[in-house]
Each structure stands twice: as structure tokens, then as C-alpha cells.
Design a protein around this ligand. Sequence first.
Ligand code: SF4
Ligand code: SF4
Length: 118
Amino acid sequence: MQVYVEKPKCTGCSHCFDVCPVAVFEMKDRASPDVNNDVAPEDAKWKGQHTPEVTAKWSNVQDGHHHFAEKNEGGSGGISVAVNGPSCILCQACLVECEGECIVITDDTNNVYHSIYK
Ligand code: SF4
Ligand code: SF4
């Protein structure tokens, strides 16, 4: 299994980290040197630019999470990195919880799963 986060869309909500039963994700500060330490392709790496549509949707939502914060504080904020993709068991819990709809999973027969927030 390969897992990555499309980082320009990541709100930092930490839902993926909270729900994953096998610790695929770690939350990193956006300035962390290992912020791109998963298999994301070049256009999905964090380069300091948020996706405007995602920012517009989530920046004013008050749900107790730090959205678009530079640092990971109090359980949310920062950015998610899929540091442990090969451990994914495709339970799909993260795929329905991801605010930024930015998790991409490829299984061993090359089926690709994208997150859709519900
Ligand atoms: S689908 Fe994979 S990465 Fe997502 S929560 Fe389940 S085990 Fe974790
Ligand atoms: S659930 Fe999605 S938007 Fe939230 S921290 Fe994880 S990857 Fe980022």
C-alpha cells in the first residue's frame, strides 16, 4: 500500500492521525525538514502554498481544530505526513474524515482511493 497527502490541501485538522489504527500519519510543523517525507508526487508536496478553495472552505470553521496553522499544537495544526504508508490496511477511516480531501492511497493492484469528506 502506498499513501500520501496532497499537502497544499491539508488543513491540519489531524483527523487522519486520530482515526488511523496503524499510525500511518504523523503531524508535522509546516516548516519541518521532513514535511514531505512520504511518496507524494512533486505537485502534491508542501512548498508553502495552500490550495485557495480549501482555505476558503475551512479557514473560518470553528470546530476546535487549528486550521492552516504553521505548528502542530494541541493535537491539530501543522500538516499531515503519511510516514508509514506500507502499514495501511485500507480500513478507509481516514478517507471519510479528511477535511482537505487530500489523502491518496494506492493498493497493491494499483487501485487508487481518494478521500471524500463526509
Ligand atoms: S485507510 Fe489506511 S491510512 Fe487510512 S486510516 Fe485506514 S489504515 Fe490508516
Ligand atoms: S485529515 Fe486530511 S486535512 Fe486533516 S490533517 Fe489529515 S490529511 Fe490533513
